[in-house]
Write a protein that binds this ligand. Structure first.
Ligand code: ZN
Length: 397
C-alpha cells in the first residue's frame, strides 16, 4: 500500500486542489497539504477523475502486438465463433501474453478495473481462463480484473460445457456469462435454465451477451425477466449489448426498459457502430445502471478498437448523437462510475476513504476531455503511479 501527494489537480474539472493518499486510500483533499515525507507528483492543473472502468472486453482474444491477422472471411456469427475456437492456438493467441498486453494498455490509458469475458468451451476447457488468472495475479498492483465464464460456443449444443462452467465458477470466475439463447443454442429455455441454475447454485451474478435484435431479443429478455423474478435475482443480472433496446418501436422498447429498471438489470453497451444500440440517455432517464466496454479489440472477429476507455467514450458519444456538454459528461460517467455501479465495485470514488484509483485527463472541462485525443498525464492505482503520459511503468511483454 502506498502513500502519495498529488499537487494541483482538478477533481471532476472543478477547483484545483491537492490529494493526499495514505495506505492506498484517499486521505485528504486541500490546497497546500504538507508532504510529510511522502512522494510528491505535480498534477499541473489537469482534471482528475476516478479510474475508468472497462466493463466488457475479451482479454483472451486480441492479436495486438502479433503479426497482422488477415481477415478474409465473410462469416456469420456462428462461423466467426467456430473459426476462433478451432484456430486461436494455431494463430498463436496465447491468452496470458495477449491479456497482459491489453490489460497493461488499458491501465496506461486510465482504467482501474476490467470485467473480461473469457471463453469456456469443450475444445479448451479452462485453459484460456487459466491464462487470464495468471495475468490477474501478475498485474494485481496495476489493475483489477474480474472474470466472466463465457460459453461463447453454446452450451446446450455442446454437451460438457455446463460442467466446465460449473468448474470455472469454483476456480476463479466471479461472474457467469451466456450468449444469444435463441441465436446460438436455438433453445432459449434450455440455455437460460442452465445459466440461471448455475448462477443460483454458486450465488454468482450473470452477464449475458445479447446480440439478438428486435422482437427476438425482446423475447429473450422477457424470458430472463421471468427467471429473475422467480429466483429473486434483482440486481444480479447484466445484459451486454442489448441491441434489441435500439429497435425503432419506441413504446415496445419503453416497456422493456421499464422492467429492466424495476428488476435492477444492468446494461453494458459498447456503442457498436455496426448495430442498433440502447440509448444511454434514455436508460439514464429511466434510472438504469449502465456501463461500457471496448469489447474485443483487434481480434479474429475484426480489426477495430483501442484498449482505451476514453476512445470508447467518444464512440458512445458519436453513436448516441451527443453534442451537449452535459451529455458528453454522461458518456464519461458511463465509462467510469457507471461501470463501478454495474460491477458493484467497493471503495470506488473520488472521496476521502475511497481507493486511490484515479487518472488525470487533459482538457478544460469533462466534455473537452472526452473529445481531446491525448495520452493520460498520470494514472494511479491504489496510490501507486502505474503510468505517465500514456506509458506504463510495467513492461509490456
Ligand atoms: Zn463481448
Amino acid at each position: 500500500m502506498s502513500n502519495l501527494l498529488i499537487r494541483n489537480v482538478r477533481p471532476n474539472a472543478g477547483e484545483a486542489t491537492d490529494i493526499l493518499v495514505r495506505d492506498g486510500k484517499i486521505a485528504a483533499f486541500g490546497k497546500g497539504l504538507a508532504a510529510d515525507g511522502v512522494a510528491v507528483e505535480d498534477g499541473s492543473g489537469h482534471i482528475v477523475i476516478s479510474g475508468l472502468i472497462e466493463a466488457h472486453t475479451h482479454l483472451d482474444k486480441s492479436v495486438w502486438g502479433m503479426p497482422w491477422h488477415v481477415n478474409a472471411k465473410t462469416a456469420t456469427l456462428r462461423e466467426r465463433i467456430d473459426f476462433e475456437r478451432e484456430k486461436r492456438l494455431e494463430i498463436g493467441i496465447d491468452p496470458h501474453r495477449q491479456s497482459m498486453r491489453q490489460a497493461i494498455m488499458l491501465s496506461a490509458n486510465g482504467a482501474s478495473h476490467i470485467r473480461s469475458h473469457v471463453d469456456i468451451d469443450t475444445t479448451h476447457g479452462l485453459r484460456l481462463m487459466e491464462g487470464i488468472i495468471e495475468t490477474r495475479q501478475a498485474l494485481k498492483d496495476v489493475i483489477d480484473i474480474e472474470i466472466v465464464a463465457f460459453p461463447q460456443s453454446g452450451l446446450v449444443t455442446r454437451p460438457g460445457t455446463v460442467e466446465l462452467l460449473d468448474q470455472a465458477l469454483s476456480n476463479g470466475a466471479e461472474v457467469l456469462g451466456g450468449i444469444d439463447p435463441c441465436g446460438i443454442d436455438r433453445d432459449p429455455k434450455g440455455h437460460l435454465d442452465a445459466i440461471f441454475g448455475l448462477a443460483e447454485k454458486h450465488g454468482k451474478p450473470i452477464d449475458i451477451h445479447l446480440h439478438e435484435q428486435g422482437e427476438l431479443g425482446a423475447f429473450s429478455m422477457e424470458m430472463m425477466f421471468e427467471r429473475i423474478r422467480a429466483l429473486g435475482m434483482q440486481g444480479k443480472v447484466a445484459i451486454s449489448h442489448a441491441f434489441a433496446l435500439g429497435a425503432p418501436d419506441y413504446l415496445r422498447v419503453g416497456g422493456l426498459i421499464e422492467q429492466i429498471a424495476e428488476l435492477d438489470i444492468r446494461i453494458v453497451t459498447t456503442g457498436s457502430p455496426s448495430s442498433t444500440v440502447p440509448s444511454i440517455l434514455r436508460l439514464k432517464d429511466a434510472g438504469v445502471k449502465v456501463a461500457a466496454g471496448c469489447d474485443g479489440i483487434r481480434d479474429t472477429w475484426g480489426p477495430w478498437g483501442q484498449p482505451d476507455m476514453m476512445d470508447r467514450a467518444r464512440i458512445l458519444g458519436m453513436k448516441n448523437g451527443l453534442r451537449r456538454d452535459v451529455d458528453l459528461e454522461h458518456a464519461l460517467y458511463v465509462c467510469s462510475k457507471g461501470g463501478a455501479d454495474v460491477m458493484d465495485i467497493e471503495g470506488y470514488g473520488l472521496e476521502v476513504g475511497c481507493d486511490a484509483d484515479f487518472t488525470l485527463l487533459t482538457g478544460e472541462t469533462l466534455a473537452h476531455a472526452v473529445v481531446d485525443v491525448a495520452p493520460r498525464p498520470l494514472v494511479v492505482k491504489r496510490g501507486r503511479v502505474v503510468a505517465r503520459n500514456g506509458v506504463a511503468e510495467v513492461a509490456i511483454p
